[in-house]
Design a protein around this ligand. Structure first.
Ligand SMILES: NC(=O)c1ccc[n+]([C@@H]2O[C@H](COP(=O)([O-])OP(=O)(O)OC[C@H]3O[C@@H](n4cnc5c(N)ncnc54)[C@H](OP(=O)(O)O)[C@@H]3O)[C@@H](O)[C@H]2O)c1
Length: 376
């Protein structure tokens, strides 16, 4: 790794935080851009503590608002960026909510342009995108620019446009561009450590919430509400939740420790272009549902080809989870020839999301109260 300092945006976020932590651990000089809220220095200090990182060089830390030209920086911080030649851009809004359309555009699209403007000497731009810029495209998604205009949500659409912005600006300014497209990212496969618990975690959290609600109704009241929903509890305390999940597809999940190693390996290789950071071994929804049942005292979850809408319990589950259903029904695969050429050469193999990894990740999420204890 070269000695140039690197600017990491979104350093208080999940992927940006883990990447920042590893680069700081390795002694890389870093400029860490937190989001707009106050207390950036304290937030990064707590994050590095959480990641067990003792910095060799103290990172330069500042708050930023990438929706603003100049990132809303004070003149001193803005001048400090004049020396930066390398940027890892992880700041983004990852909401699937329709209400967030305007903010998704401002952060993901305008924010990408503003970052590139704010770093005039940038020579190397690493852009954190997502495998799901493929939108509703079917078949095999290639490691190349996407042309689709059909997306499952506005998040995907803005991430595609952000790639376009990065490609356009970098080409015009002769900046070397590398685009990373990770699939769904979970915690560290060895420890479960993570700072965010959405995507893979959210459906499990919903099931555990329903399990606890049913148990409470049966143990502390007369259980009439639970029974009216068709739920029950056996003598060992296992809760039967008669719900169905649409599960025609496969879910692609990579652990964050693999993502960090893969990003750094691609950076060190000097390779430019688009890299899918995806798992060659995908999971079925049925597999993930059975892990949830086995580890967390639940029975009764069934997998259907189509979305079921029968009954109030099913309606409740659908209302919580419907934004994720397109991903439950995902029949695509992600080509990874370019990534494999770099990563397999480095001996990097993505850990499977097997029973053990699933359990260590979910147990950690529960210990962290689904993120209430990892707010940095
Ligand atoms: N997590 C995944 O499973 C996954 C999978 C594939 C791709 N990705 C991509 O990876 C990137 C990072 O995702 P993530 O999961 O790490 O997201 P995250 O945890 O929500 O982190 C987002 C980061 O962006 C910062 N940010 C948000 N709005 C900002 C603004 N206006 N100005 C400056 N900074 C702002 C946040 O700051 P605060 O901390 O102050 O809010 C935070 O540091 C995204 O581009 C996402 O599309 C993520």
């Amino acid at each position: 790794m070269n000695d140039d300092p690197v600017l990491i945006t979104g350093a208080t976020g999940f992927l940006g935080g883990f990447l920042a932590g590893e680069l700081v651990r390795r002694g890389k000089r870093t400029f860490l851009a937190a989001g707009p809220q106050a207390g950036a220095v304290d937030r990064i200090r707590r994050l590095l503590e959480f990641l067990d990182v003792t910095p060799k060089y103290s990172p330069k830390v500042f708050s930023s608002d990438i929706t603003k030209p100049g990132l809303g920086l004070c003149p001193e911080d803005a001048r400090a960026l004049d020396t930066i030649r390398e940027v890892i851009h992880c700041a983004a809004l990852t909401s699937f909510s329709h209400r967030e359309r305007a903010r998704l555009e401002a952060v993901n699209i305008d924010g990408t342009a503003n970052i590139l403007d704010a770093v005039p000497a940038c020579r190397r731009f690493y852009h954190m995108s997502t495998a799901y810029v493929a939108g509703k495209a079917s078949g095999t998604c290639m490691e190349e620019p996407v042309s689709t205009r059909c997306f499952n949500n506005h998040y995907e659409a803005t991430k595609k446009k952000a790639e376009d912005v990065a490609m356009h600006v970098c080409q015009g300014r002769n900046i070397d561009l590398t685009i990373f497209r990770p699939s769904i990212t979970c915690g560290d496969s060895r420890t479960g450590r993570s700072t965010r618990f959405n995507a893979l975690y959210y459906p499990v959290r919903v099931m555990l919430f329903l399990r606890d609600t049913i148990r409470k109704d049966i143990l502390e009241r007369d259980g009439s509400r639970a029974y009216s929903l068709g739920a029950s509890m056996d003598p060992s305390g296992r809760v039967r939740l008669p719900v169905s999940l649409p599960g025609a597809g496969r879910i692609n999940v990579i652990p964050v420790n693999y993502l960090v190693q893969a990003v750094i390996a691609v950076m060190e290789s000097g390779a430019t272009g688009i890299f899918h950071l995806v798992n060659p071994r995908e999971n079925t929804v049925g597999e993930l549902a059975s892990f949830t049942e086995d580890f967390y005292g639940i029975t009764g979850i069934s997998i259907s080809r189509e979305l079921e809408a029968d009954g109030p319990l099913q309606a409740l589950v659908n209302s919580y989870m419907k934004v994720y259903y397109p991903y439950f029904c995902d029949g695509r695969s992600f080509d990874r020839k370019r990534s494999d050429r770099v990563l397999l050469n480095e001996g990097l193999v993505c850990p499977s999301l097997n029973r053990e990894v699933f359990k260590v990740c979910m147990d950690f999420a529960i210990e962290m109260d689904w993120g209430a204890r990892t707010e940095f």
